[in-house]
Design a protein around this ligand. Sequence first.
Ligand code: PA5
Length: 416
Amino acid sequence: MITLDREYLGESVTDGALASMMEEVEEAAATLESGTGEGGEFVGWLHLPDIHDSEEYERMKEASARIRSQADCLVVIGIGGSYLGARAALDFLDGDFPVFFAGKDLSPHYLNRLLGEIGDRKVFVNYISKSGGTLEPALAFRVFRQMLEERYGPDWTDWVITTTDGEKGKLRDLTDREGIESFTVPDDVGGRYSVLSPVGLLPLMTAGVDTDRLLQGALKVREDCRQEQSAAKVYAAVRNVLYRQGKSVEILASYDPSLGSLAEWWKQLFGESEGKDGQGIFPASTIFTTDLHSLGQFIQEGSRIFMETVLWIEDDKTDVTIPSYGEDYDGLGYLEEKPLSWVNEMACLGTMAAHLEGGTPNLRILVPKANAYYLGQLFYFFMYVCGLSGYMQKVNPFNQPGVEAYKTNVFNLLKR
Ligand code: PA5
């Protein structure tokens, strides 16, 4: 089970402050679970781990087996919540089938490089858009549809699966008109809470990730989250105690680059859920020790606005032993034959102590292993904390009205 380590939190979170915040957490939990808060029609993600018992889950398994036997690679076309979860999982875990991502920006350079990398490989496309009208994936799909039509003529539809709304939207219309196989994004699940729906599961199954274990992990945490003093509730309380003391930026720090995409998923989850009505903790991320050589100075001595949450994997998949030499040419002879993972851990502990000293309280989330089971735990844990936190900050954690402003301007410019 993932657990919290509060040793480097310091004195800013007193027992009294935590206890009184826990009362707010319980109120928020009741609102979240009952679906009676703002956005309560979008709490279907609470029950997504049950998807493993559904016919749709079996159909996903068949579809992913078909993709793996028919094609050489999968291209997932989507943006925001329609790709970040799968991307996070595939950078964190080892898949055994190539999955690429398109439609997550408007960069011609990225798209051309991707097309070059794919080359002559047989491409299967999973086009994911809940609304079915998002600019970036729609334009990328035009490019891949053209490729598929050139290769397969009228049979191009055999190389595409869509994941979209069950009834409405332009992608639903195209899917039905062309007879394309499709999976549904549940009505009561918003994009950034959809990783445990077909949005995340189909690409992950195709990549060879053990989604049964992923869902088992999520189920395990779902049971735990509801308990009094659960890690999720305590984490929600701590971050809100700190927020009210002026810590308005939370840094999700990890010590392994394979967690970088998980941090991107986390940033979208918390950023779009909390950041509204003049509220919210700004979500930032760092990969240490790399970023200690760039942002470390600011975190140690700059504006005192940070709290830090460290994601720590307790048992690394692989290790490296530091080689011995006859001469101690770099002065590091005392590290000979030590595992690099131990050096990394000492760097983590030393950094947390320094940051606390400098005024940045740290919390650590201990993850026993980097596998699908614990990733499922992390996904559910963070979504639950985010739902709680949103209600504690008196915002609707399930809408994103602010996203429309830039879109309106962009479309006005494009149509001009
Ligand atoms: O969390 C969200 O709702 C958004 O980030 C969406 O996932 C993103 O904007 C993509 O939307 P769509 O799936 O409708 O293309």
